[in-house]
Design a protein around this ligand. Structure first.
Ligand code: NAD
Ligand code: SER
Length: 330
């Protein structure tokens, strides 16, 4: 029976991956690890929840030993925009944290899922149908840490036989937890704005094309690759995966099909624009499709409709709870 530990469990992915893994493997089998950030109710109360800084190897090893962990989903990291604000901290969390996880996994016989990113590519990488194996010379600290992470995971597999696996996620869109400081966050913020005052000021140019994915597909990818036949995994760490590719103007047009009055304007942030410009427009995910049957379920239209429906419901519930609290009936 699997015993799973998830670092970064309070983040955008962890908030949805934790309940998904608990549903699949049992609530007591999945230990959520937070750090500083307040966890959502389903993470804190749906099963074991503990706090740990991933840079503390001794504490991490103790958790793995105590809970008899055999699989670690290592999600704790600083994302691209935050990483450019604090590059030294980004290296420390992303690389010291990963190194600790791999060492603990080596000593305790755990498998490791570690997500890489479109951020592992850089300005010299072919932007269109970016191949699985290609030039990786990113110019952000986030990207440097992601390439290093891919290589470290490969090393621990080859040298020590640690069962490391991973995907290169594109920008992720979700309605449960807010994104944690990435360059692709606009694609989530825009939905909150559309359902609020129906206007959004985007920090990227209207024509900036990036790969994106809806969270249910991202969660399925993380679970599927860890269950895949290892004999089929030629790339193991860092499979290109994607679901859709769009620009801010195209996303706004998709939203406008549901909210006719929605307006978008642009005030470009040069730092995030430069990061976005260095990333692929569209990944070639054929290796993942052929080696572990990867296929996304959501395209731009389907994701937009689902986001507006589910986020709308969540925001309306928050408003009526606040009103109930105010008049004492909640
Ligand atoms: P997030 O920023 O939402 O969450 C990261 C979590 O890491 C936070 O909950 C934070 O509390 C935790 N953390 C930070 N420092 C820590 C430390 N020192 N010790 C322990 N925990 C710490 O990130 P996310 O979007 O959930 O991303 C998870 C992983 O997926 C990251 O490796 C990220 O690079 C990767 N990824 C995410 C996206 C995306 O669009 N969300 C895309 C590509 C790759
Ligand atoms: N969504 C992430 C970011 O923008 C991509 O890794 O940082």
């Amino acid at each position: 029976m699997k015993r799973i530990l998830i670092t970064g469990a309070t983040g955008q992915i962890g908030t949805e991956l934790t309940p998904a893994l608990r549903q699949r493997y049992g609530t007591e089998q999945v230990v959520a690890v937070g750090h500083k950030k307040e966890p959502a109710a389903q993470v804190r109360s749906g099963g074991p929840y503990v706090n740990c800084d991933v840079r503390d190897k001794i504490a991490l090893a103790e958790l793995v030993r105590h809970y008899k962990i055999d699989t670690i989903y290592h999600l704790a990291a600083l994302l691209s925009a935050t990483g450019e604000k604090e590059p030294q901290l980004a290296w420390d969390v992303n690389i010291t944290g990963l190194f600790n996880v791999l060492e603990v996994a080596r000593l305790h016989g755990c498998a490791v899922f570690h997500p890489s990113s479109i951020g592992a590519f850089g300005p010299d990488t072919p932007h269109d149908h970016t191949p699985q194996v290609t030039i990786q010379r990113p110019d952000t600290m986030y990207g440097v840490s992601k390439v290093t992470g891919e290589l470290l995971c490969d090393y621990y597999f080859r040298r020590y036989g640690v069962d490391t696996r991973g995907v290169r996620y594109p920008g992720l869109i979700s309605h449960t937890a807010l994104p944690g400081g990435g360059t692709t966050d606009y694609a989530v913020e825009i939905f909150y704005a559309a359902l609020g005052d129906q206007q959004y000021t985007c920090y990227l140019e209207p024509t900036t094309r990036l790969d994106m994915m809806y969270m249910p597909d991202a969660i399925r990818a993380a679970i599927t690759i860890m269950a895949a036949d290892p004999a089929q995994l030629q790339h193991r760490n860092a499979y290109n995966i994607t679901a859709m590719s769009f620009t801010p103007a195209e996303l706004a047009a998709a939203i406008r099909k549901h909210i006719g009055d929605f307006k978008i304007s642009y005030e470009v942030d040069p730092i995030r624009q430069a990061i976005a410009d260095s990333w692929p427009d569209q990944l070639d995910d054929s290796a993942a499709r052929s080696q572990w049957d990867w296929a996304p379920s959501y395209d731009l239209e389907r994701m937009t409709e689902d986001m507006l429906t589910r986020l709308g419901k969540k925001l309306r519930a928050q408003v009526s709870k606040a009103q109930g609290d105010e008049d004492g009936s909640g």
